[in-house]
Design a protein around this ligand. Structure first.
Ligand SMILES: NC(=O)c1ccc[n+]([C@@H]2O[C@H](COP(=O)([O-])OP(=O)(O)OC[C@H]3O[C@@H](n4cnc5c(N)ncnc54)[C@H](OP(=O)(O)O)[C@@H]3O)[C@@H](O)[C@H]2O)c1
Length: 296
């Protein structure tokens, strides 16, 4: 099969690409970098490079400027939005142009879609709360849904905080632990809906293969934790001599608006639709996930 992955060079994309090529599939990656083709993977920097008679079996849309890449100034927020909406719109334009339509578009979104919620458990029907993250995800999902007009099946990947070795959120979150300091953020009661990267890749492959599934799917482990619970789980893997919160005002001072939406507020999300469809998580609980990650 031939896959097109936007953002295929990123934390999720590299793992997905590796998983697909191991199974003998061919992958085209859209990237802003100049890279030579390698084995079954080729790289393009413009979707216009794909002729109209290209046959693509599946598109996975992951590209977007990192939410934690810089302070959330008005200009950076615009970069976060534009990088996702422009790429997604170009993907839809490509689909419109292709003579043979790809059967499925699996397009990234995030659990930020739901906005800030307290202890309420959120499945895909969960209520939304307004804010930058909700606004971003709503527009991003709606841009992807435009491909439905071309008869393409759409799966929206509402991703939680993806954990694995060698990058992503865990690298940042574990930094103080490496210096012996166990910390949680703010009052530590906010929920953190995490997921192991291997489960993300499996879930994407599952949704790709299950042609009866469409719409939004929470891609989070079935057992979310609070920030304090996350801290306690990480402490099993580091020798720490101090356990202390990073107070909310300090977080706001350090990282501005981003602290409020991404770190001090959270949401308790469950993967209801994936589980109803029969998907099994290799890492439903955080302890086992961290054990696997730290054994690598
Ligand atoms: N990882 C998570 O915890 C998580 C959680 C929720 C949602 N998500 C979403 O899932 C997607 C993939 O996540 P990830 O962790 O793999 O992200 P990532 O490692 O940051 O990779 C995203 C890719 O997007 C491309 N990109 C970066 N800035 C861009 C820009 N300004 N314009 C166009 N493309 C740009 C980059 O590819 P090139 O440099 O090759 O162009 C990069 O490899 C992201 O959209 C992210 O928002 C991730």
């Amino acid at each position: 099969m031939h896959y097109l992955i936007t953002g295929g060079t990123g934390f999720i994309g590299t793992a997905l690409t590796a998983s697909l090529t191991t199974r003998g599939h061919r992958v085209t990656v859209l990237t802003r970098q100049q890279r030579p083709a390698q084995g079954q993977v080729s790289y393009i920097d413009d979707l216009a490079a794909l002729p109209a008679d290209t046959v693509i079996d599946s598109i996975v849309n992951l590209a977007g400027a990192s939410l934690a890449g810089a302070r959330w100034t008005a200009a950076y927020k615009q970069t976060i939005i534009d990088s996702r909406l422009q790429t997604t719109r170009r993907v839809v334009e490509l689909i419109q142009r292709l003579e043979q339509k790809p059967p499925v578009l699996l397009s990234a979104s995030a659990i930020g879609y739901y906005g800030h919620h307290g202890d309420e458990v959120l499945d895909e029907e969960g209520a939304v709360a307004q804010g930058f993250s909700h606004d971003l995800c709503r527009q991003w999902e709606s841009a992807a849904r435009a491909a439905e007009d071309e008869g393409v099946r759409i799966c929206l990947l509402r991703l939680g905080v993806v954990l694995d070795a060698g990058g992503g959120a865990l690298q940042e979150m574990s930094r103080p632990f490496r210096f012996g300091v166990a910390n949680w953020l703010g009052d530590g009661r906010q929920w953190l809906s995490w997921v192991h990267r291997e489960d993300v890749v499996s879930a994407i492959r599952f949704l790709d293969e299950r042609t009866d599934l469409r719409g939004a799917f929470n891609i989070t482990a079935p057992e979310p934790v609070t920030s304090r619970g996350f801290c306690a789980a990480l402490q099993q893997h580091y020798r720490t001599w101090l356990a202390a919160p990073v107070p909310a005002p300090v977080m706001r001072l350090l990282v501005g608006d981003m602290a409020q939406e991404l770190l001090l507020q959270g949401q308790r999300v469950v993967p209801a639709r994936l589980q109803d469809a029969g998907f099994t998580f290799a890492y439903p609980g955080l302890d086992r996930a961290l054990q696997a990650i730290y054994q690598k």
